[in-house]
Design a protein around this ligand. Structure first.
Ligand code: HAM
Length: 428
């Protein structure tokens, strides 16, 4: 690594070409998949009024309490803005602002981009990380939950992560009818066990009792394992909805595990929540997660509008693929390298390269006047399948030498047929 006295901030990573190409590949996989399910792209600002996240994600969450990058803009008076820690709050704010769900119509939206959380960096946990997500607004039926979950599972399948290395966990968080009583019950349970729970969990009794289920402290974990479960206290409507979601998933043949302690870290959830965990990732093993948030639009002053969605973390998908030994197929930088034998034919070589590019072939040429041997090395490094050698002889006869780097064979091809020949050989 070259030494320098400037470095990227802690918890951020430069996505260099090898990784950035995989990020683009995964976005293409996602776009293809999302279009099959009727989702359209949406881009919202990377920062919002702080209040959008405070009201949406919840004041008592770790994200809002500890992890937001918040700053004042230069307005008069200055306004508090926050780099988005996640996408859902922004999407719902934008849908409301632009009436995307006016008159009860539905909207299916997807997004991809960086998110910002001031967390303790570790493998699979960064302060700037990259998410791909979907949000389905206006749909209350349990079939919508199953469709959204199916899309998550199918997306992960399409990335190449093997089935047996993923677990889909599901749970129901209840709603305004059944959750308040349950919250009170858990707060009382925490109080009753305060002497054996950590201080943070003690505080959670007041602010966000359900988060105690998520405490990483092993002592708290075992105490909370005996706490009453919301699953057993759901109101009739939530129980029916949850049952229907599971029935639809069964119908689609999507394997899941019920995890009654899955509470997720954002307060906007109602009813169905889910998470996919991958093996071989250590503590940060959630590669994606989401759920239903039927009250969020109202929290922003809109009409009651159900919604649900999920987001996946790019860095963790990469780790999951690596742990499974899966290579992501990315196109080589160059499909063809046009090598010139002597500087005098530079113009001809340039013209041949230009023609290949205009025909849709990724073609590269040397701009550093290097030896033929070095040019072959470059071709190899760029992953070029063919090297086209251009020399005075070739120009005189109108035929270039085409070397197939995979097969190790050579042939002569008429320059005027070169584009079509290369395309046939590449795509044939
Ligand atoms: P989340 O569970 O907070 O949900 O994040 C979704 C995914 O983003 C996680 O499963 C993980 O893969 C990745 N992720 C989260 N934090 C980090 C981090 N610090 N570093 C690397 N990766 C991370 C949400 O964000 C919700 N908006 C999902 C949703 C959409 N719910 C409904 N609609």
């Amino acid at each position: 690594m070259a030494s320098s006295n400037v470095q990227a901030p802690k918890g951020t990573v430069d996505m260099l070409p090898a990784t950035a190409r995989v990020w683009e590949h995964l976005q293409r996989v996602a776009q293809k998949m999302f279009s099959l399910y009727g989702y359209e792209p949406v881009y919202t600002p990377i920062f919002e009024h702080t209040d959008v996240f405070v009201r949406g994600i919840g004041e008592a969450t770790d994200i809002v309490g500890k992890e937001m990058y918040t700053f004042l803009d230069k307005g008069n008076p200055p306004r508090s803005l926050t780099l988005r820690p996640e996408g859902t709050a922004s999407i719902v704010r934008a849908a409301l602002e632009h009436g995307l769900t006016a008159n009860g119509q539905g909207a299916k939206l997807y997004y991809a981009g960086p998110m910002f959380r001031y967390e303790r960096p570790q493998a699979g946990r960064q302060r700037q990380f990259w998410q791909i997500g979907v949000e389905a607004l206006g749909m209350a039926e349990a079939s919508a939950d199953a469709e959204v979950i199916a899309l998550l599972v199918r997306f992960f399948e399409a990335t190449g992560i093997p089935h047996d290395r993923m677990r889909l966990l599901i749970n129901s968080m209840g709603d305004d009818v059944c959750r308040p009583d349950y919250r009170a019950k858990i707060a009382a349970y925490i109080h009753a066990h305060a002497s054996v729970l950590c201080e943070e969990c003690g505080r959670r009794a007041e602010t966000n009792p359900l988060r105690a289920f998520d405490c990483k402290n092993p002592g708290c974990h075992s105490v909370m394992a005996s706490a009453p479960l919301l699953r057993d206290e759901l109101c009739d409507e939530c129980a029916t909805h949850y049952g229907a979601v599971k029935a639809y998933l069964d119908h689609l043949g999507i394997a899941y595990e019920e995890d009654p302690s899955l509470v997720r870290g954002l307060d906007y959830y109602t009813r169905t929540v889910f998470e996919v965990q991958a093996s071989g990732l250590g503590a940060q093993n959630a590669i994606g997660g989401g759920g239903r948030y039927d009250r969020l639009m109202e929290q922003y002053g809109g009409a009651p509008t159900p919604g649900l969605g999920w987001a996946v973390g790019f860095e963790r998908i990469l780790l999951a693929l690596k742990a499974a030994g899966i290579e992501v197929p990315v196109r080589p930088v160059a499909e063809v390298f046009v090598a010139r034998a002597v500087p005098e034919v530079a113009g001809d070589a340039f013209l041949i390269t230009d023609s290949l590019r205009r025909a849709g072939v990724a073609a590269e040429i040397d701009h550093q006047a290097r030896s033929l041997k070095s040019q072959f090395k470059s071709a190899d490094r760029l992953g070029a399948r063919f090297v086209v050698v251009v020399g005075p002889d070739e120009i005189a006869t109108g035929q270039v030498t085409v070397r197939d780097m995979t097969a190790g064979t050579e042939s002569r091809v008429e320059i005027r047929d070169l584009d079509t020949t290369i395309i046939d050989r590449l795509r044939g």
